[in-house]
Design a protein around this ligand. Sequence first.
Ligand code: GLA
Length: 663
Amino acid sequence: MIAIAVLMQTRLLMGADWYPEQWPESRWEIDAQMMEQAHLNVTRIGEFAWSAMEPSEGHFELDWLDRAIRVLEKHHIAVVLGTPSAAPPAWLTRKYPDVLRIDENGQRVTHGNRAHGSASSPEYRELCRRIADVMAERFGHDPNVVGWQIDNEFGYALMSYDSTTHRQFQDWLHAKYGSLDSLNTHWTTPYWSQTYDSWSEIPIPIGEHNPGLMLDWKRFVTSTWTDYVRNQIDAIRQHADSRQFITGNFMGVGFDGFDHYAVSAPLTLIAWDDYVGSGHLSFNGNGLSHDAMRGLLQKNFWEIETQPGSVNWSNLNNSLDKGEVRAMAWHAIGHGADEVSYWQWRSALNGQEEMHGTLVGPDGEPEPLLAEVARTAQEFGEASEAFRDTHVESHVALLNDYASRWAIEWQKHTDKWNTMQIVSDYYRVLRHIAQSVDVVSPYARLSDYALVVAPGLNVIPDSLARHLMDYVRNGGHLVLGPRSGLKDQYNALLAERQPGKLREALGDRVEQYYALEHEIPLTPHGHASVWAEYLSGNAHVLMRYGTANGWLDGQPAMVTREYGKGRITYIGCVLDASTLDSAAAWMARVSGVHRAFGPVPDSVEVTRRVGTNHKQVFVLINFASRPREVTLPRTMWSVFDKRPMHAVHLTRYGVAVMMSDQP
Ligand code: GLA
């Protein structure tokens, strides 16, 4: 009992997602024993087991779940209980057909897949609350249950386009705007005769629509999912010990179905599902997601699902290479994960995901990968003391803003624009200069960062402009990328030039923006592509456009200005890779940003976690196909070799964990 609490506090955890309801009870003991032998110490169960927990309405059967938890406990495996709302049972959808979602085409979804319940249906909410309540009453004090997962991947943010939801949206708008006059003004509805005389006239936007309406719909989707999650949290919290965390499994930085900062706010732990799909792990691409998920609550997180070799849903479901699954697990730890868990332990013999990778085969025997996972889990155990009470601490932040992402996506102006590509490019260079980057909301506390970079902060309401100016005034360096400060919180154009209210700090304004047909030269060197804005005013010019379309020729492309105790910089175009590298090197220099570790070869990723008394733990991973030598900046303690070292040799996918207690 106590062992589980200690385990949670002191260990890096490794686990697998397990579905006892799919197997005869006689098999459970064997599975738990195999997990224990593989050094796994946590499992998530229950998130799709509604029909087993409530086989008919109001008739709850949780004894089997209790027995499964006891089998796991016997083998020192802690449990995360999933609420089963992503898959309501057949009796439920038959009895309450209105809880099935209506899709965008007006079709009611059929039973037999998942995420078929409507998150906005009051009836469905009540049924979800009831099962969560009954589960929490039974397991809220269970010593072997360490936490709860709400739903599964939040139904991919899917909405029901039914009349109840429509009315809720109209009521939500009413509460937000108070008067139709206000809504009509902010959405500029005289345009195309959109003026609304009654709340009931306002449609749900499907396809292209008024940008104000579209942004409010996204905010309504966000608020629906936040309430959906909160409804179950409230049910659980009535019973559950406070030591039990409540999480949800997010899907990384690329998914923008809702505003993650709002949906995650009521949770006490962030977990996410980390899949490579086709191909191989990109440590920058995946690191960006880790850092963005860590940034939701700005604390350590769990990788509650990851791929055991391969998946079943990609174009090419190749396996990760031998050693790559281990490297991926350590990569997660380096970015702030305290747990890594494989989806899944063993595949159901039937069902939509028969072909997905697993740790145990259909015959119940280990897959070849289980040995690699077991080795990694053992290493987690051995390294736990080193990582105890450590977290990622960065001096550089990259801002991630969902409103801006949506606003740009709906009015891209050029198909060449790829927001996530631009964000990834900035992330890559910032990691290079700092080796540790936080990805946070623009509304987060920024004062601890020496450098804050916003590659495409399109929507800057006045309150945000003030927040960013305070950051600069107090000594920070804010770097804005192209398309910054064009819109207000209603997705309306600001009645001033970019970057809106930040112009006061920048001293410059954007004269005009241009979607580029092809690359254009920059002076003193480099190229701009995709997008170019030219600036004018009294800021210091760092880069100009060369000969281009006439309008841009010789005009400022990148400017900077000291403001208060800090500095603000504007980059008006998409820079080529090497110019972006030099721009980042300049940012590091003027902002006093240093690398957390020191030079490493290009294909070696280094991450850092810090603890008390100057403790720093570095994870070094070689993603190159050939071995690499890394000279350490000073002698460090090798956690795996248990001796001091001043250089490490990393084979392909080789991992080193190095500890230092010097600042
Ligand atoms: C998601 C789901 C899991 C499973 C995996 C397969 O992350 O949460 O239930 O379907 O994908 O990759």
